[in-house]
Design a binder for this molecule. Structure first.
Ligand SMILES: [Zn+2]
Ligand SMILES: [Zn+2]
Length: 467
């Protein structure tokens, strides 16, 4: 028997956790964190407790209550009976938290398959973040471990686009897709009942639409029995957004002023990093990055295909934050921070403020205290290069962004290109692939897809669908 059970990504954007069973083989497609469902009960200072193992997460419905899946230490703490792992693998589409983060709770014997670029990104994310119970993907600390105890390493298996591999009765064909993070893949999975296609997150208006087009072409040729398609922006009308437009509009703005420029964007979006790096360079400015983001540049500059500069690039400056003593003393910086802060291209707020026309600061919302030290001139541009807020919490922080900008008399510009395809593009993908059955996921509006096909199953969470 072959079946699909959806434990996340149902009527919500992200949090995908899809169980595919085929004869004796069981795999999960992604195991992400569902932000909207987490926000219903938790926030920054109200978190699931590690002291309760997975009990808080299970009770509040953040992860499914199924056996043979979770870490022994977390099961024990939760007062649950220990069962040997009963999942053959997880197939990961990409390194966004809503697809990867809750792998943190899975048993370490379950192998995680991911693209090699995705692996590199997860290493960078791990290096730059402080330890977090809800983000221990590549390695984790047992809840009862003492200081100095080694971390438990997960079994990571990497793949490359186009190279098929087997897991039990399944043959997996990973194919790269274009999304707002490098190392993103879709899958064609050959089961005993026919091919199952999973898009992950996709777009067709980005820098490499040909990658998504190749995936769609291969998926169509496979004549799939099932298509699991994302629908984040299914209700949105077409616009002419593109990374090129982000580049052109930002470039025009930057070359029209001698003031300092602030750009707020997600550093995992490497296309965007490259865009602002190029915009800075062509206007005779240097890109100012946070110490934390040096970890990304360190890892990702190793891959020549990504074309990102390293942290010591001649057009990159590291923002040296004011820590403990408030005097930029060497002893204020510990670990990797002390290395990055000691580099000749690490500059303080005063040094940056002295030459406003020489820098483009990739310093966003979480570095707004830097404005107090930099004291930007009236009318200093702030480019918001991320999606518009879509939930209450984001609206609140957006209000706070506006308060800061108003306080410093800064000028806000919205210049962005999304990581997700819009309605028309998604309908076309579904029509092109033409699967026997469509299962819309990663969307709040699954029924919109009736505009593209009649062969549609509106998914119910936790229900098993036989293929
Ligand atoms: Zn997603
Ligand atoms: Zn994503």
């Amino acid at each position: 028997m072959t079946s699909l059970t959806f434990y996340g990504g149902v009527n919500e954007i992200g949090g995908n956790k899809i169980l595919l069973e085929d004869k004796g083989t069981k795999i999960f497609l992604d195991f992400g964190k569902g932000f909207s469902r987490r926000e219903k009960y938790f926030e920054e200072y109200l978190k699931p407790r590690s002291s309760n193992g997975i009990l808080d997460l299970l009770t509040m419905g953040l992860i499914p209550d199924i056996e043979g899946v979770y870490r022994d230490d977390l099961m024990e703490k939760a007062g649950k009976k220990l069962v040997a792992p009963d999942i053959d693998a997880v197939l990961l589409t990409h390194a966004h938290a809503d697809h990867v983060d809750y792998i943190s709770f899975l048993h370490e014997k379950i192998p995680i398959h991911m693209g090699s670029t995705c692996h590199m990104l997860l290493q960078a994310i791990q290096d730059r973040s402080s330890s977090d119970f809800e983000r221990e993907v590549l390695e984790y600390k047992q809840v009862h471990s003492k200081r100095g105890d080694p971390k438990i390493q997960r079994k990571i298996k990497t793949f490359r686009s186009g190279k098929k591999f087997k897991i039990g009765s399944l043959e997996i064909h990973p194919i790269h897709v274009d999304h707002s993070i490098p190392g993103a893949y879709g899958f064609i999975i050959y089961t005993s009942e026919g091919p199952v296609v999973y898009t992950g997150d996709i777009r067709l208006h980005g820098m490499k639409p040909q990658m998504t087009e190749e995936f769609v072409r291969e998926a169509k040729a496979a004549k799939p029995v099932a298509l699991l398609c994302e629908g984040t922006r299914i209700t949105e009308e077409p616009t002419n957004e593109s990374e090129e437009r982000v580049y052109n509009e930002s470039s025009k703005l930057v070359s029209s002023t001698n003031k300092l420029i602030f750009a707020d964007f997600n550093f995992k979006d490497i296309d965007r990093v490259r865009t602002f790096y190029e915009v800075a360079k062509e206007s005779g400015r240097k890109l100012v990055v946070k110490i934390r983001d040096c970890h990304y540049l360190k890892h990702l500059s190793k891959d020549p295909n990504l074309m990102v500069p390293n942290y010591d690039d001649e057009n990159v400056v590291i923002y040296k934050p004011k820590y403990r003593s408030g005097t930029y003393a060497n002893s204020d910086y510990v670990g990797d921070d002390s290395y990055f802060a000691s580099l000749p291209n690490a500059l303080t707020a005063t040094e940056i403020a002295a030459k406003p026309d020489k820098y483009l600061c990739a310093l966003g919302y979480f570095q707004f205290t830097s404005l107090i030290d930099i004291k930007p001139a009236k009318g200093t541009p702030y480019i918001h290069s991320a999606s518009e807020p879509y939930n209450e919490e984001q609206v609140l922080s957006q209000d706070r962004v506006n308060n800061w900008l108003e306080f410093f008399d800064m000028q806000k510009y919205q210049i962005h290109c999304s990581g997700h395809a819009k309605g028309e593009d998604l309908f076309q993908v579904v029509k092109d692939i033409d699967a026997e059955m469509l299962y819309p996921i990663h969307t709040e509006h699954p029924t919109e897809y009736v505009k593209a096909t009649r062969n549609i199953t509106i998914v119910e969470e936790g229900k098993q669908y036989k293929l």
